[in-house]
Design a protein around this ligand. Structure first.
Ligand SMILES: CC(C)(COP(=O)(O)OP(=O)(O)OC[C@H]1O[C@@H](n2cnc3c(N)ncnc32)[C@H](O)[C@@H]1OP(=O)(O)O)[C@@H](O)C(=O)NCCC(=O)NCCS
Length: 401
């Protein structure tokens, strides 16, 4: 095991993030690293040392994640990297072990991440908990299925105005949707609204949709210009577009689809229940390709399971296997929305990673059984678990962190 501890100062912090920086071009500038420390404090960035030299780093943003019917403190795992000179010698394993214990001690019942490769994190108890994919709407196929007249107006706003107007809309959507991260003022400023100079050729544009003078929808997007044979093939890439009501959602999308010169409108991280699937007359033309998005790790099984809401169904006894966070290992009874230790006979046996997959409602126990990652010991238990854990809307994490 390598010596792993939180970074003591900006120098250690920069060198710890420098580990993942080995894989990026260009590596992050000092200015960017200082900015990063505003959302990821030094003490949440762990460094792995060998003979006093930093050879790896792993961070955890302190935010909340929306879960079915609520919101829970969550370690948002980020910046995980090991020097290519030290790969496959157990540095990552040492960092994951220390980091999960730290997340646990801080009282964050869940951890979540975006995986650079799907093969890395299952062994540490993370399971695929949300799906997303890219949508590309060709201009000639962007008509709505039903006649539509927006009940409001869209206007451009500055980054400062966006900082006032967008967060309440995001928070309204987040109250109903699992998988969304909480954002404080600094997060909005640094990660959503900042206009980096090196992106000046395709600057972020901010628009708000208002009905009756009330801001109800917003979009952040960029346009990338191109021409072929004298015709525009430009792309409008949506970073975020949300509406607090169905009318505002349709209104903001109609605006984006109607921007002139665009050959297509692209949405990089759309969930399978994205509103465009039924708003558009020809959703097939979007060529949706779905993959994993957010991975969830239950760090404290009883706190995580007691912290979400459930559908109808009687008690369920789960035997959870967790070799890494041994405090989770064993039998848990879910009754009346509360999760308590039990020695009753289990209905289902599963690894903590499979439970992480089911947690936000995107993956059913029926699917887990097909994948042979849950064992049904009492007939009908899979169906009962599905009735309890299913949730709509599906989880949607709007940004890669
Ligand atoms: C991925 C990365 C962090 C792994 O670090 P590492 O120190 O080599 O990993 P470890 O030696 O601790 O390996 C732990 C286990 O994970 C496995 N593993 C590590 N990287 C893996 C990968 N990319 N694919 C599949 N398995 C992997 C190891 O084989 C080992 O398995 P075992 O426990 O069954 O023996 C490192 O290779 C890296 O920095 N990659 C580039 C950046 C990156 O992808 N970071 C992740 C960002 S989300």
């Amino acid at each position: 095991m390598f010596d792993v501890r939180p970074c003591a100062d900006q120098d250690e912090y920069s060198r710890a993030i420098g580990a993942i920086g080995q894989y990026f071009n260009p590596p992050p500038s000092n200015e960017l690293l200082v900015l990063f420390s505003r959302t990821l404090p030094h003490e949440r960035m762990h460094a792995a040392f060998e003979d006093g030299r930093i050879v790896g780093g792993a961070g955890a943003f302190p935010f909340e994640l929306s879960v079915p019917g609520g919101s829970l403190p969550c370690g948002g795992i980020t910046g995980v990297g090991v020097h290519p000179t030290h790969r496959r010698r157990g540095v990552l394993r040492s960092m994951m072990d220390t980091q999960l214990r730290d997340v646990h001690e801080r009282g964050e019942p869940i951890a979540a991440l975006w995986a650079s490769e799907e093969t890395i994190y299952g062994r540490f108890g993370y399971g695929i908990a949300a799906w997303a994919g890219e949508l590309a709407v060709p201009h000639e196929w962007d008509a709505f299925a039903r006649p539509f007249e927006p009940d409001g107006m869209t206007r451009f706003v500055t980054a400062e105005e966006a900082g006032e107007l967008f967060p309440p809309i995001y928070d309204a959507v987040r109250r109903a949707r699992p998988g969304m991260t909480s954002r404080n003022e600094i997060w909005w400023a640094d990660r959503q609204l900042r206009l980096p100079e090196d992106e000046a050729d395709a600057p972020k544009r901010f628009v708000v949709f208002e009905a009756g003078g009330e801001p109800l929808g917003y979009a952040i997007y960029r346009t990338h210009s191109s021409w072929e044979g004298g015709s525009s093939t430009s792309r409008l890439v949506v970073r975020e577009a949300l509406g607090a009501t169905p009318q505002a959602t349709a209104g903001i999308w109609r605006f984006l689809l109607d921007v002139d010169w665009m050959g297509s409108v692209e949405v990089p991280l759309a969930p399978p229940d994205h509103p465009l699937f039924l708003l558009l007359a020809s959703p097939r033309r979007m060529r949706y390709r779905m993959g994993d998005s957010l991975w969830v790790r239950l760090v404290d099984v009883p706190a995580a399971l007691s912290g979400r809401a459930y559908g109808e169904g009687g008690p369920l006894v789960l035997e959870v296997r967790d070799a890494m966070c041994e405090w989770n290992d064993g039998r848990w009874k879910l009754v009346g929305g509360e999760c308590v230790r039990t020695d009753e006979e289990p209905d289902l046996v599963l690894d903590v990673a499979a439970l992480g997959s089911a947690y936000l409602g995107a993956v059913s126990f029926t699917q887990l059984r097909e994948a042979q990652t849950v064992e049904e010991l009492r007939e009908g238990a899979v169906a009962r678990a599905d009735a309890l854990f299913a949730w709509r809307p599906l989880p949607w994490c709007l940004e890669i962190f």
